[in-house]
Ligand binder design. Structure first.
Ligand SMILES: Cc1cc2nc3c(=O)[nH]c(=O)nc-3n(C[C@H](O)[C@H](O)[C@H](O)COP(=O)(O)O)c2cc1C
Length: 343
């Protein structure tokens, strides 16, 4: 069955809309519950945690568990990493045929065919600098390898009817993102998220947003999202004003403890004003997040949400005392009691 290219249905500045706002992929963070939160609070697209194509090739079960999703997250993009085109080909077929979890809140007969369908897109990781990925020749280590990069993108595009996107960095050693894009620009991918720091730049320091706009000029028919260091509404506004050719933004750490940043950015770009989140509102958001994660992962989820809970309370009066309590929670009821007793 031919899938619809969701990127083409989104509105972005050159199509009379606002910036496309994407939750960027984050291993250990962008699980189903967090993606649901970001989607509910304004994200237009959400990415999975990166998934190994070799794991999908040899022993897919555990990885498929990790990639489980709920139809409320759509459009949902699964990100793949690896370095073997043949593993990418098989993994792509597996992901294309994967199904969503029925949302628990919907009764069976209320399902449409699309509710039960698979992910909406596949992304290829060309940006990860982490030792366990880069050290095996995957992620950002692929960028300088012109032949292999083409083979991997082709293997994915040829084995799916889903739209394919790429996540790249500004460069690595003497291969910059411009040369990388020129080498693959004829291939049928739909979108690129550009982390405007080089491999050497890691995760802090200056971000080159102009490089994303230069890429847009080379491949004007594809969607280009800029990523890196966008943590405030002002950052988002400034980038979209300074680089009007961009189609949108990818936000990673800026969403920690504030999944509502997506709606706030949308509102400020469209209406020039936005809703503030005081602690009362944030407590509601925290409980919602806890419920989503519990629905999906039960007690294990309550261990995983502890880091999110401490991000949510950051900067509020009594935060450190509250954080100490929250990082020990074992049940939803406990979270609710702690929050009810706090100011
Ligand atoms: C904890 C963590 C996990 C990440 N995992 C991934 C990943 O799985 N795939 C990927 O392409 N990038 C990953 N990234 C990179 C982010 O998607 C993003 O490019 C980077 O953090 C810069 O954006 P930011 O400044 O908005 O955080 C990760 C970043 C962090 C902090």
């Amino acid at each position: 069955m031919k899938n619809i290219n969701f990127w083409k249905k989104l509105k972005y500045p050159s199509r009379g809309g606002q910036a496309i706002l994407a939750l960027a992929p984050m291993a250990g963070i962008t699980d189903s519950a967090f993606r649901q939160m970001c989607k509910k609070y304004g994200a237009d697209v959400v990415y999975s945690e990166m998934a190994s194509v070799s794991a999908l090739f040899y022993k897919p079960q555990k990885t498929l568990e990790m990639l489980r999703f709920n139809a409320k997250e759509r459009p949902y993009v699964v990100q793949l990493f690896g370095n073997k085109p043949e593993h990418f080909a098989v993994a792509t077929k597996i992901i294309t045929n994967m199904k969503s979890n029925p949302p628990a809140t919907l009764r069976k007969r209320a399902f449409s065919r699309s509710d039960a369908g698979g992910p909406d897109g596949i992304d290829i990781n060309f940006g990860c600098p982490a030792k366990k990925v880069f050290g095996h020749g995957s992620g950002c280590a692929l960028m300088p390898n012109k032949k292999l990069s083409r083979e991997i993108i082709s293997a994915v595009c040829e084995n799916t009817s889903l739209p394919v996107s790429l996540k790249i960095r500004a460069g690595l050693r003497d291969m910059d993102a411009i040369q990388f894009i020129k080498n693959i620009k004829d291939l049928p991918f739909s979108a690129v998220m550009v982390h405007g720091r080089t491999y050497e730049g890691g995760f802090s320091g200056p971000v080159d947003f102009a490089i994303a706009e230069k890429i847009k000029k080379i491949i004007p028919g594809k969607i280009i999202l800029a990523n890196g260091g966008i943590t405030t509404l002002e950052d988002a506004q400034k980038i979209m004003q300074e680089f009007p050719l961009l189609d949108g933004l990818g936000i990673a750490r800026g969403s920690w403890g504030k999944p509502f940043i997506f709606q706030q950015i949308k509102d400020i770009l469209k209406k020039g004003k936005y809703t503030e989140y005081d602690f009362k509102k944030i407590k509601k958001v925290m409980l919602e997040h806890a419920k989503f994660i519990y629905q999906d992962k039960k007690e294990k989820g309550l261990l995983e949400i502890r880091k999110h809970l401490s991000w949510y309370v950051k900067g509020f009066p009594g935060a450190s005392e509250l954080r100490q309590k929250l990082v020990q929670v074992k049940s939803l009821k406990e979270i609710k009691n702690i929050l009810d007793k706090s100011l």
